[in-house]
Design a protein around this ligand. Sequence first.
Ligand SMILES: Nc1ncnc2c1ncn2[C@@H]1O[C@H](COP(=O)(O)OP(=O)(O)OP(=O)(O)O)[C@@H](O)[C@H]1O
Length: 453
Amino acid sequence: METPPNPTYNPKLQQSQWNPTSDFRPPSSPYRKKRSFASKLKRAAKKASCVFAIFQRKRNPSLAPISELGRNNGRDTEVSYSIDASTESNTTSLSKLRSSFSVSSSSTAANGQVGPSNFSFEEILKATDNFSQANVIGEGGFGTVYKGKLKDGSLVAVKRARKNMNDHQSLSDFKNEVLTLSQIEHLNLVRLYGFLERGDERVMVVEYVSNGTLAEHLHGVHGEGLEIAERLDIAIDVAHAITYLHTYTDPPIIHRDIKSSNILINEKLRAKVADFGFARVAKEGSDATHISTQIKGSTGYLDPEYLRTYQLSEKSDVYSFGVLLVEMMTGRHPIESKRSVSERSTVKWAMQKLKDGDSVLAMDWRIRRNPASVKAHEEVLKLARKCLGNTRQSRPTMRKCVEVLWGIRKELKERASVPLPMAFHHSADFPTRDVKDSPHGTEEGERFKFVSA
Ligand SMILES: Nc1ncnc2c1ncn2[C@@H]1O[C@H](COP(=O)(O)OP(=O)(O)OP(=O)(O)O)[C@@H](O)[C@H]1O
């Protein structure tokens, strides 16, 4: 099932316009379409507002132009940039998926502050209570992440770059993340609302996603333990997001750091992919199949072919996605250093179980067992096996992964709706395991509990 690209989205953005490593300048909008009378009128109004902005800047030079983003290091000016908010729609079919693939053009208000709710550095200070410890929600490679509430009531996550960010790489990763995020908009990708820079402070304001990371859900820190259907929905969301990056942005974007801690979960247990610090723009041109680059990514998720050859392609994300699928099905970290040698690499262990016809033994103890869930688990592992292929040519595209996952979800729903004969409750086909079992125990001696759908 091939999906034609969204006809309204055909940006032809030259890489030279926004090379993330060399030129940190937000590009002009790549979003092109025929202009209606209304949009001409809008443009005229915008022009007028630009004239007003120039007039304002003359009166108030502290309002730096958008094009100075990232270039006023050390000066006490404030620079801001953000993208429009748009209504999110849930995507469950290919056509809906397509319609959600759009890039919003960045809009600039007269005062140089833009976005869904205009905010200044002062408002960010207010929103986070002067970056108070009570609002800290996480710590990452770039610095501390705060929860904030803007004056219009919307919740945001504020990523505050470490002040002594003299590590050139971290700063360029930070800028890379801002730049990449500013290019894209998708239901399953964390939205960038804006970037502010004042003096040595740099903050990135992004959509707040309220329910922790996938890693926390899988490894028992957050939530009750996800059921198989919820895991499938999350896998589909992630696959949609990566498909979008690979297929519907031009030039394509390789995420480079797909892992469970970079996937944020909302209250409805749907996923948004975050952390574009390592994202890399693929070369333009159909014959460009890979990019030679420094190794980036996270242990356990890294494509071995990329490690060997230093050549990055979209299929490196596919490999990491394969590792993620295994993690989601087994509930184990990709590397489990405390386990016996044969179980230390979760991918190797689970793939061996699949090969031996014992895939159910690699199923997360938190997932309820029934014929439908056991089958879905096995099918996901089979897809993971393809994603983990040794060569990039042997791995499926992310779009193919979406299709396969849709098929598995459909079958799961159909199977789950068929009432189980009582005999199944005591079936020897499905080993039972006590849900209280330690996730760190070895599989030998584990007792499984079989539960009907
Ligand atoms: N948009 C967000 N909404 C809610 N919480 C977030 C958001 N972004 C980040 N967090 C929280 O802050 C933590 C740190 O995030 P950050 O992206 O800075 O680093 P990381 O991805 O965990 O680590 P690294 O940068 O080393 O990859 C996350 O683990 C998450 O708990």
